[in-house]
Every structure is written in structure tokens, then in C-alpha cells.
Ligand binder design. Structure first.
Ligand code: ADP
Ligand code: MG
Length: 230
């Protein structure tokens, strides 16, 4: 599906917040690598899709009304068998019914469990004065506690992408701290530039949140994506 179609479809349904599935479709159109994600409307479908994708898998709540999936017990990681997928399906549905009783539940999504990498975040928000601004930071606790992030105004030049990665305090973690796998910084730069291009050509988008992105020695992968429309 193409960018305009995904956006029109959400608007027709009266939604400004896109699902993870739609958001990842948009990111793929932008040339950004994301996990392959499928929708399962039943427990049986979740099991058969998991088999197709290959274990281990991740199940997440699929609802247009749930924005922070973990907060409502809507994410189950590292599932390695039919039994675990079945149980996870039931647990997710009952937890979301309990914690977000008004949310329309359309099933779950199934995606491959990605191996861990350095967790980073990328985002776009709109400043009333400067317009679209990209954000880069380290993911997880670091960003939440230390607010170790950098910003640049769209459109980014090559040099902006390079600098905004280099200037975060946690930069040494990207170089492979204490024997950990380093992140491929040129690929992260490329990803920021692609995001910038995409933002420039889709003014209908108000906000993008890629949290987290896993960075590896040889790749980058967005495992979660959230797009909000104007
Ligand atoms: P939320 O809506 O709560 O932000 P996420 O999709 O980000 O939900 O999932 C919560 C956490 O689960 C992520 O921060 C990440 O650490 C992990 N996670 C999500 N998807 C995957 C995946 N495909 N592979 C590995 N870990 C994942
Ligand atoms: Mg997330």
C-alpha cells in the first residue's frame, strides 16, 4: 500500500493515530528497515502465522486505540512454541480488556523476535517556529532518565546527521562499550537522512516515534513505530 492510501484510510476511519502495522508500512516506503509484521484476528491465526514466520516471535495488541502497548500488558516477547503463542494471545486480550476497557481490539500482531542490539530512538515532531524537527537518542532507561537526545531541523544535511549522533553523551555506547557489539553509525546516519526526506514529502504527518530501533554492527531495525497525523 502506498503512503497516500494508508493516510487516507486512517482518516476515513476518523483516526489520527496509525497502528504499528500502518506506521511500519509507511517506514518501509521511506526506505527504513522494520520487522515484518502480520495481523492475526484469532488465537489459531496467531499460531499459524508464528509457524510461518519462525520462532521466536513477538505478539502485540492490535488496536487503533492503544498507543502504549506495554502499559496495558499488550506485548509478549520471545515466544518459542505453539503453546506459548496461544497463552500469550489469551493473556494479551484479557489484559487489554481489563486495563483499556474502551479500546477496540482487532486481534494481535505477530512479528519475529529481533536479536538485541544497541537500542536507539529516532523521532520527528513539529515545532511551532521551526517546523519538523528530528530527534535522535539512546533508547531505554538512558533516554527516559538522562534525556540524552539531540535535535536537528528538517531537512537534514549529511553533516547534521553525523553531528546529531556524535553529540549525544552516550556516543561511546554506539562504538561498542566493553566488548559489546558496536552500532553501524553510517547506517544510522543514512536512516536519519531517509527519515528527513520522508518528512519533507509528507506534510500530513505530525509525529513519528521509532522506539526502539536496534542498531547492529551490520544493520539497523525499527522494532516499534508510531505515526500520528495532523
Ligand atoms: P510500546 O507500545 O509499549 O512502546 P513496543 O513495540 O516498543 O511497545 O515493545 C516494547 C518493548 O519490547 C520494546 O521496547 C522492545 O524492547 C521490545 N520489542 C518490541 N518488539 C520487538 C521485536 N520484534 N523483537 C525484539 N524485541 C522487541
Ligand atoms: Mg515502543
Amino acid at each position: 500500500m502506498h503512503i497516500a492510501k494508508i493516510i487516507d484510510n486512517a482518516k476515513k476511519e476518523g483516526r489520527l493515530s496509525l497502528t504499528e502495522v500502518e506506521s511500519k508500512q509507511l517506514m518501509r516506503e521511506a526506505g527504513i528497515n522494520t520487522t515484518d509484521i502480520r495481523v492475526a484476528k484469532t488465537r489459531e491465526e496467531a499460531i499459524s502465522l508464528s509457524k510461518e514466520l519462525g520462532y521466536p516471535v513477538v505478539l502485540k495488541i492490535h488496536s487503533p486505540d492503544v498507543i502504549h502497548k506495554s502499559d496495558v500488558g499488550g506485548v509478549k516477547l520471545g515466544l518459542t512454541s505453539e503453546e506459548q503463542v496461544g497463552e500469550a494471545y489469551d493473556e494479551i486480550i484479557s489484559s487489554v480488556k481489563d486495563k483499556a476497557s474502551d479500546a477496540a481490539i482487532e486481534g494481535v500482531t505477530v512479528q519475529a523476535m529481533a536479536r538485541s542490539g544497541v537500542e536507539v530512538i529516532m523521532g520527528m515532531s513539529k515545532d511551532p517556529q521551526f517546523g519538523p524537527v528530528l530527534m535522535f537518542g539512546l533508547g531505554g532507561i538512558l533516554v527516559e532518565v538522562l534525556k540524552d537526545v539531540s535535535f536537528r531541523i528538517v531537512p537534514l544535511e549529511d553533516r547534521d546527521a553525523r553531528e546529531m549522533i556524535k553529540e549525544i553523551k552516550g556516543y561511546p555506547l554506539l562504538e561498542g562499550y566493553r566488548g559489546q557489539e558496536p552500532a553501524n553509525v553510517p547506517l544510522l546516519e543514512e536512516m536519519l537522512l531517509r527519515l528527513s526526506d520522508f518528512v519533507e514529502k509528507t506534510p500530513e504527518i505530525k509525529e513519528i516515534d521509532l522506539n526502539p530501533v536496534f542498531a547492529y554492527r551490520d544493520g539497523v531495525l525499527a522494532v516499534d513505530a508510531r505515526v500520528i497525523l495532523e
